[in-house]
Design a protein around this ligand. Structure first.
Ligand SMILES: C[S@@+](CC[C@H](N)C(=O)[O-])C[C@H]1O[C@@H](n2cnc3c(N)ncnc32)[C@H](O)[C@@H]1O
Ligand SMILES: Nc1nc2[nH]cc(C(=O)O)c2c(=O)[nH]1
Ligand code: SF4
Ligand SMILES: [Mg+2]
Length: 236
């Protein structure tokens, strides 16, 4: 069985973002990304700084680690990265979790599709706005979104500035039937900033003000709940 490159397995914690915010979940974080976002809060997955920590694991190894970390204490696993959609063979892991009645979520940016993505229960696609320095290929994004199950899918755009906000509007207009989430950008990546909660809440309030005074109506506006609590600490 081909193995999966894993950088972190942690939890239980709460899903801090998007459509299932607050849900008790475990995380499996894969290594490698096809993007290089300027503000990536998980750059250790692709910048080489954690390459000694990459483990090549079989689905059963991953499930054993989850069970050791949280025996009988989880029913939901979030797969994030990096970009897990770079990896062809996550399907057997999703299947093995399904067989144990464990639901799955995926965090990805919409640049790649894999067949196993249709098996995910809570699928978040997060196209990258201009402040990231990335430029999503929209025909590819169309194709990825068309192949996903609408029932499980939501879109989430991170907002740092007005250009990002306009990008988010464009994305929402392009896929009006997909539940749409705005997420406050976190500029405090080294997790040592003073008063991170107050600072992030201030940014959240600014984003709320902007949305309340605008025509973007059928949307959700959220902070990253885990960063309000723990800043950009790893493994939570
Ligand atoms: C680390 S990424 C991994 C999954 C995938 N590569 C992606 O970007 O969707 C998980 C989520 O964190 C978001 N994110 C990354 N850095 C962030 C930051 N500084 N502030 C807010 N959200 C951030 C991404 O946009 C994505 O929605
Ligand atoms: N608690 C918590 N919630 C999250 N939601 C998305 C995350 C991610 O890094 O993909 C994340 C994370 O790293 N921690
Ligand atoms: S796509 Fe996701 S993991 Fe990759 S650099 Fe951007 S935020 Fe980080
Ligand atoms: Mg994170």
């Amino acid at each position: 069985m081909p193995k999966i490159p894993v950088l972190e397995i942690f939890g239980p914690t709460i899903q801090g973002e998007g459509s299932v915010i607050g849900k008790k979940t475990m995380f499996v974080r894969t290594s490698g990304c096809d993007y290089r976002c300027s503000w990536c809060d998980s750059s250790f997955t692709w910048d080489g700084s954690a390459k000694e920590d990459i483990q090549l694991l079989e689905p059963e190894d991953i499930i054993s680690t989850l069970d050791e970390l949280a025996p009988n204490k989880y029913q939901h696993v979030t797969i994030s990265g990096g970009n897990p959609a770079l990896i062809k063979n996550i399907g057997p892991l999703v299947k093995a979790l399904q067989e144990r009645n464990i639901k799955t979520a995926l965090e990805t940016q919409g640049s790649k599709f894999q067949d196993w993505m249709t098996e995910i229960d809570d699928l978040t696609i997060s196209p990258k706005p201009p402040s990231s320095g990335m430029k999503p290929n929209l025909p590819i994004l169309d194709d990825v979104i068309n192949k996903c199950n609408l029932e499980s899918l939501s879109l989430k755009v991170v907002i740092f500035d007005d250009e990002d906000y306009n990008f988010a509007k464009m994305i929402h207009n392009r896929y009006p039937e997909v539940p749409f989430y705005l997420q406050v950008g976190n500029p405090y990546l080294d997790d040592t900033v003073d008063n991170h909660t107050e600072r992030l809440l201030e940014k959240y309030e600014q984003l709320i003000d902007k949305v309340m005074n605008d025509t973007l109506n059928d949307i959700y506006v959220l902070p990253q709940l885990h960063t309000l609590l723990w800043s950009n600490k790893k493994g939570v």
